[in-house]
Write a protein that binds this ligand. Sequence first.
Ligand code: AMP
Length: 289
Amino acid sequence: MAEVVRSKEEVRRRVVEARAAGKSIGFVPTMGALHIGHRELIERSAAENGYTVLSIFVNPTQFGPAEDLDRYPRRLEADVALAAEGGADLVFAPAVGGMYASGHSTWVEEARLSEGLCGARRPGHFRGVATVCVKLFNIVRPDRAYFGCKDYQQLKVVQRMVRDLDFTIEICPVETVRDPDGLATSSRNQYLDPEERRAALAIPRALKSGADLIRGGERSPRIVAEAVRSEIVREGRLQMQYVEVVDAETLEIVAPLGGRIVIAVAAYSGQTRLIDNVVVECPQAAGSP
Ligand code: AMP
């Protein structure tokens, strides 16, 4: 059974002990309600490090006022069991007051990659993410930290922050884990009723169509985005938030498409906001510079 600790001091003590025993430290930050996507991150960390710390913290500073902070699923006991099965050694589950001192007034802001996609629709979200990641990195002091490609913009923001602020942590991306029907696993999927869940399958389907279009030679980001959008709209029960077809590193539009491209989508099924993406290698069109 992985041990659960609540205080920063206790985590630091355990990590110092593990390091003294010659172990490298892997870290998997989560908000809990763990599923097979999280498990993949934990297993990767356990395979690549002598000691794996998993954090479970529903970070209030990354939620907007109208978002689902209060109803976000919390179920520590089941999470600890799954964490242990995956190979985690320690679960850090702080209370909000244990993470943020009263009067907390210091923020970390990545100013470019955070601007578009989800950042444009969730003001302050990536500031909350970056700040909590820095805090967690300073508490755990890992050698490696594992992030899912499912939250693609988050991964890129964290990689940029680590580079820009000289953290010596290796950020390890992990491919998106999907249910057999193609839906990316997410803690928020449990909000979906069966019909909403069926409708949500249009998202991975549309992403695949977009990727196939690019692989088939389409080089217009607008045409690819339109095709993805219309497949999602055609489903009839989803509410589109955005489709973006952008460079996978800069998250900026490139036209004509070339290099590594990410197609990123956010859409609502019922009240539940879902995100997903696909990365496509896109050879430069013949004749382009
Ligand atoms: P969350 O608990 O949703 O904040 O996610 C914690 C970490 O798990 C993040 O790095 C996510 O990108 C990652 N993650 C969530 N869902 C998946 C998935 N389906 N596949 C891979 N990684 C995931």
